[in-house]
Design a protein around this ligand. Structure first.
Ligand SMILES: [Zn+2]
Length: 489
């Protein structure tokens, strides 16, 4: 979680996004249907500019790396020139977010996260993602509708935990949340069709879009497994030799009637130079998950989730899903003129809830309060425990613990431990927290994917992570002297 000047109560998307939607249907719409003006260009530009600031706030702001920003912009501007709307002023932004995502807003705003950039293997793959997003802009895909859908999806308020079914429904499938939705399958296909065309015109091999999709799929499967989704374990194939998603791109390529690009641009060396050293995973400025611990060096606090809970760090919330349908949400709210934590719970946080056991407590030197309530969401009953901690004169930190009633007694003590694990940290403790970075590594004699990945810090599945980052098949040995991406501290 990060703290901007304005604290928004929104559920930020957390993890493992499937950006292209993996549509498999083929639309036979003629191209003349794709460019109808739904709203004026001036309106598009206005909507885009309005949403741009919100997107920056939701996704950790622009990633502070001018060289990488200029590189992504140059690729994007080059591709945009080949589009049907070369006069649109395109703005390309690398977002400081570890999740893997890319999306576009009306008016030519195109975003890729640094998590996505790290996953790409070369310039052509990155260009493939950007070209697809330019396709959405060029085809003017439901500009208004999309921005509304996006805001609705982002706007899951914390107060809404007690009332909003989407919130808990979302919790049930952490790891596969797709927040920026709103495109139909036909639109995804159109964006593919346009994207491969731009790639080809710009001198890239359109197949790069397919190879990136394969990585993306493997990546989202791995995140899903880490998030504790057992179904994905069965289907996990790191990098399938013939992924279905690649098929989708090949169909677009043949539908677009593209001839093979001679000597296509791959741009692997320059790409690796640009991404060497970029942040990987959480930014300490936004707090870091280390095993069961969430530690925020900038705001100087930490807490520990119960065993077997998987912590996910969003922009404005930290969420952890545990066994038995149990979950916790950690976030903050402004104190404003409410002084006492118990007044805050009763009057501000949950004024409409039938609170039980409201009491003031002390948590490692902080004034705090707790209460329980019940909630029914999506026909499912939950016992809810609320904890508000007065961290300083500005902020309440809040825990929301959720359990289906049969599991409540089992988690009473673990949730209590988590509550009392909250404490401030010293400057020295804060300085010991070091971010992970992407590093380009030249394979030395005798090194293997296993030996290199064993050195990756803080990774539950280091070998799988390494293979996905490098788009490698498990049986594809590394060659001495080749350049690979790995993760270092
Ligand atoms: Zn798309």
């Amino acid at each position: 979680m990060s703290m901007g000047t304005k604290i928004t109560k929104r559920l930020h998307q957390l993890f493992a996004f499937v950006l292209f939607g993996f549509a498999s249907s083929i639309a036979n719409a003629g191209m003349e249907d794709l460019f109808g003006p739904f709203i004026s260009e001036a309106d598009e530009a206005r909507i885009g500019a309005e949403q741009h600031e919100k997107i920056l706030a939701e996704f950790g702001g622009a990633y502070d790396d001018p060289e990488l920003a200029a590189y992504v912009d140059s690729i994007g501007q080059f591709l945009a020139l080949t589009s049907e709307r070369p006069n649109v002023k395109f703005t390309f932004t690398v977002l400081n977010s570890p999740i893997v995502n890319a999306f576009a807003l009306p008016g030519g705003y195109v975003y890729v996260t640094r998590g996505l950039v790290a996953l790409a293997g070369d310039e052509a793959e990155l260009a493939g993602v950007i070209a697809h997003e330019i396709g959405h802009v060029a085809a003017r895909h439901g500009a208004q509708r999309m921005s509304n859908a996006m805001l609705a999806n982002l706007g899951l308020g914390l107060l809404g935990v007690l009332t909003d079914s989407d919130q808990v429904a979302g919790l049930a499938q952490l790891g596969a949340l797709a927040v920026v939705q709103g495109y139909s399958r036909e639109q995804e296909y159109e964006a593919d069709l346009l994207g491969v065309r731009y790639l080809s015109r710009a001198g890239f091999d359109p197949e790069a879009m397919a190879s990136f999709l394969a990585k993306l799929r493997a990546h989202s499967q791995l995140e899903s497994i880490i998030a504790g989704n057992p179904q994905s374990q069965d289907q996990f194939d790191i990098l399938a030799t013939h992924p279905r998603t690649a098929e989708r791109v090949r169909r677009a390529i043949s539908a677009a009637g593209l001839r093979p690009v001679r000597e296509p641009i791959v741009g692997r060396d320059i790409f690796l130079r640009k991404v060497d050293g970029i942040l990987y995973g959480d930014d300490p400025e936004q707090g870091i998950v280390q095993g069961p611990e969430f530690i925020h060096p900038a705001m100087r606090f930490r807490f520990e989730a119960p065993p077997d809970f998987q912590l996910l760090n969003g922009t404005t919330q930290v969420i952890a899903k545990g066994p038995d349908g149990a979950a916790l949400i950690f976030d903050l709210d402004l104190r404003k003129d409410v002084r006492a934590p118990r007044d805050y719970i009763q009057q501000v946080w949950a004024p409409d809830a039938a609170l039980k056991g409201l009491e003031s407590i002390r948590v490692n030197g902080f004034d705090a309060a707790t209460a329980t309530a019940t909630a029914t969401v999506s026909d499912q009953s939950y016992d809810v425990r609320l904890v508000a901690i007065a961290f300083n004169s500005e902020i309440f930190f809040r825990f929301t613990f959720l359990t289906p009633p049969p599991a409540t007694s089992k988690y009473r003590e673990p949730f209590q431990r988590t509550t009392y694990s909250f404490r401030s940290i010293s400057r020295a403790e804060a300085e010991r927290v070091r971010p992970r970075r992407l590093a380009v590594h030249q394979v030395r004699s005798g090194e293997t994917a296993t030996s290199i990945s064993n050195r990756i810090p803080g990774e539950k599945y280091p070998l799988e992570r390494f293979l996905i980052l490098n788009g490698r098949y498990p049986d594809d040995p590394l060659r001495q002297g080749e350049m690979v991406k790995t993760i270092v501290e």
